[in-house]
Design a binder for this molecule. Structure first.
Ligand code: ARG
Ligand code: ASP
Length: 721
């Protein structure tokens, strides 16, 4: 008897032990599929709610509290009056636009004392997901075997239009269909978009952006990366354009906030709108991404950043002009370096090769698979080899044009003249005024000396990195004229071009249209831009598009093949595509290198350790120091300490910034804003051992709102547990 009971018990224990070590924190799952695919595992990891509490179309559920914030970040509703929480870096543009030298909200923070002080932000929106339907069958019904890629796509597109129009939705809602699993499945989204979203509060950058670029993508982290907004609706509660008569939104669901914090191994869940991942690349694709493409982009940005940094350190004016540009360029520069290193350290390519071996062996076991999918993986890897020189040239080209600002202006001038050509010369006068106005902001933050030096470095790297036959004959000629010396070329460019200042540009386009067009061929900057562009279009982008279309086709078939062939070994989630996803994991530290272990929590003590008075990255506001000294943490501290950030193994990416971190009960415990440097490779190679997302603890957010800013009216409208 005992024996017979013992055995199953042992088995259960064994399974539990196994389950502990094999839980899959990898994956960005579709909320409406959780009940079928993930609920059991989530519960096994500690989740205490049901999948229907996360996504339901019959009652308010967690998904009704999550919005796409402006299409580039995530935010969540945290009160019955439409209060939204997102990151400081997501609200940054809005905060900056309301800032002036007198009222510098970026520097000093901003807190609306009452509803009338909440500030509208034209162009900003918040989109809710009302419903998600699988429309794959209807979308693919006209697809026939043997169709070319183009025929297939137009057969699908025709159906998508029809499905969208026929989809059940209210007049104030929108519908959208997106491909998933590389185009093997299609889902319809019914959405509600609110366009009156007002700024409510933001901490000073010395809290919201504490650590800035030095700490970006890095753990341990001490950033209070949050800001608050509010959704306003028409009196009927529906989306309405901005009006002072609009009222705070009564949401279908608002998150409850937990002040309990988290412990090691606690279940966590992040919901949001991840932008893009490439988890199903073949080995050649992974190798190419890190060895070739990341490397090229890092090389270019490395050079540009060094030059900007040199000038910014010497000249305070340049420091202001280039701060935002520097941060924008540095963000992905750093991310790609982390990605290169992470893939190498975890043998990401080797693991893909191993996976491909298993896949091939498995494929051999089934004649139907063999017939359907035989050779697909090899062709796909082959196409990746073929596309490599073009993809690399594309990245050199786009980094060159992006980082040498003179080329950006050249590009804009050429587009402007093309527009005039299309709309008719009669429009020239008015269009010229608009063009000049649009360029003013650019020149405000432009320094030709910095740009000249960037050009010297980057043109040389471009000429070295892009084979002559791809750069094209026109570029080759200019390069030759200057004896292949990028300093000589740049000296001439910046001495003679009419685009290096607002005054010169104004004078340049003050001339009659035909004169400007004629001059354009002579101006050394536009001449070079046009030469490079011609080379790019003729020799790079065309072959690239053809090869890419073949890759997309094979990538789709390979995706389906993996799902069929490897389906018994793992559950597949679709790559991120800016749609609502759920990811779950556990609170945990990690070991980035031999003998180094990172804990999962940081505290205000760490902010003080990093404090450098007057520094633009590590200064700390006096009021915060005062609260720290008095340990005046209110109900938000624990054992005399103030928690700041924590990490967990949730699988996130760009776009997940501002996403809520939820506990086992679906309560808000933090705000996602970044990943650890060793784990930035998670976009192509998620490794649960070292991939971690970084969240600011909700108690730190509330402490700043309540104790630091004294904005208690906001605390009062939240549900705190
Ligand atoms: N790395 C984070 C993300 O990709 C945060 C970026 C904002 N912070 C910064 N210092 N640039 O968006
Ligand atoms: N910082 C990113 C964002 O802004 C999040 C990430 O890449 O982990 O979306």
């Amino acid at each position: 008897m005992l024996q017979r009971i013992m055995k199953p018990v042992l088995l259960v224990v064994l399974l539990l032990v196994l389950a502990r070590h094999t839980y899959a924190t990898e994956g960005m799952w579709l909320p409406q599929l959780l009940s079928g695919l993930n609920e059991k595992e989530m519960k096994g990891m500690g989740m205490k709610i049901a999948a229907a509490d996360i996504y339901s179309i019959n009652k308010g559920s967690l998904k009704d509290a999550i919005v796409s914030f402006g299409g580039f970040c995530t935010a969540e509703v945290i009160s019955e009056q439409g209060l939204l929480l997102t990151n400081h870096h997501c609200g940054y543009d809005a905060i900056q636009k309301h800032s002036s030298l007198q009222n510098n909200f970026l520097e000093n923070g901003f807190w609306a004392k009452s509803a009338v002080e909440e500030l509208p932000n034209p162009g900003l929106f918040a989109t809710f997901i009302v419903r998600i339907d699988d429309v794959t069958k209807a979308a693919l019904q006209d697809v026939k075997p043997g169709m070319s890629e183009r025929e297939r796509q137009s057969a699908i597109d025709r159906r998508l239009n029809e499905i969208r129009q026929q989809a059940r939705h209210e007049s104030w809602q929108e519908t959208m269909i997106k491909p998933f699993y590389e185009g093997n499945q299609y889902f319809l989204f019914v959405t509600e978009t609110y366009r009156d979203v007002r700024l409510v509060g933001a901490p000073p950058s010395s809290i919201g952006k504490f650590g800035s670029d030095t700490d970006n993508w890095v753990w341990p982290r001490h950033t209070g990366d949050f800001s608050m907004f509010r959704i306003y609706a028409g009196k009927d509660g529906r989306p309405a354009p901005y009006s002072k008569d609009n009222v705070p939104l009564k949401p279908r669901y608002a998150l409850t906030i937990s002040l309990k914090g988290v412990k090691q191994n606690d279940f966590t869940m992040v919901m949001g709108f991840p932008g893009r991942t490439s988890e199903y690349l073949p080995s050649e694709g992974v190798k190419q991404t890190v060895d070739v493409l990341d490397a090229a982009k890092v090389e270019m940005r490395d050079a540009a950043l060094k030059i900007m940094d040199g000038y910014m350190r010497k000249d305070p004016q340049i420091k202001i002009q280039y701060a935002a540009k520097f941060a924008g360029t540095a963000n992905y520069w750093k991310k790609w370096m982390g990605e290169m290193q992470g893939v190498k350290q975890t043998n990401g390519v080797g693991k893909k090769l191993q996976y491909e071996d298993t896949y091939r062996q498995q494929l051999e076991t089934n004649p139907v698979w063999k017939q359907q999918y035989g050779g697909v993986l090899d062709s796909l890897n082959g196409y990746y080899q073929q596309i490599q020189p073009y993809a690399q040239a594309r990245d050199y080209y786009s980094e060159l044009v992006r980082n040498v600002e003179l080329f950006t202006v050249g590009d804009r001038l050429i587009s402007f003249l093309n527009d005039v050509h299309e709309r008719g010369e009669a429009q020239y006068e008015t269009m010229r005024q608009q063009f000049l106005v649009s360029m003013q902001g650019f020149y405000q933050n432009y320094n030709a000396g910095v740009d000249h030096d960037v050009a010297v470095s980057l043109i040389a790297l471009y000429a070295k990195g892009v084979p002559a036959q791809l750069a094209g004959a026109e570029f080759a000629q200019i390069w030759q004229e200057n004896n292949k010396n990028s300093r000589a070329l740049s000296d001439k460019l910046y001495a003679a071009s009419g685009l290096t200042s607002m005054d010169k540009l104004t004078a340049f386009v003050q001339q009659p249209y035909n004169t400007v067009v004629a001059q354009m061929w002579k101006d050394p900057a536009t001449r070079l831009v046009m030469a490079m562009r011609k080379g790019y279009v003729d020799n790079i982008s065309r072959p690239l598009a053809d090869l890419q279309s073949n890759i997309n086709n094979l990538q789709r078939i390979y995706m389906q093949a993996q799902m069929d062939v490897m389906g018994s070994k793992k559950v597949f989630y679709p790559d991120a595509n800016s749609t609502l996803r759920v990811t779950y994991g556990k609170v945990d530290g990690y070991n980035p290198r031999d003998a180094i272990h990172y804990d999962f929590y940081t505290y205000l003590d760490g902010v003080m350790e990093k404090y450098i008075p007057g520094d633009y990255e590590f200064d700390v506001p006096a009021r915060l120091i005062e609260l720290y000294k008095k340990k005046d943490y209110g109900r938000y501290g624990v054992n005399g300490r103030m928690p700041v950030c924590f990490i967990a193994s949730n699988h996130t990416t760009g776009g997940n910034s501002g996403s809520p971190a939820l506990d086992a009960y679906g309560r808000l415990i933090g705000l996602n804003f970044d990943r650890t440097w060793e784990g930035t490779m998670s976009d192509i190679n998620f490794d649960p051992a070292i991939c971690r997302n970084i969240m600011v603890d909700i108690r730190y957010v509330l402490f700043i709102v309540d104790k630091y800013a004294g904005c208690t009216r906001l605390i009062d409208e939240m549900k705190l547990l």
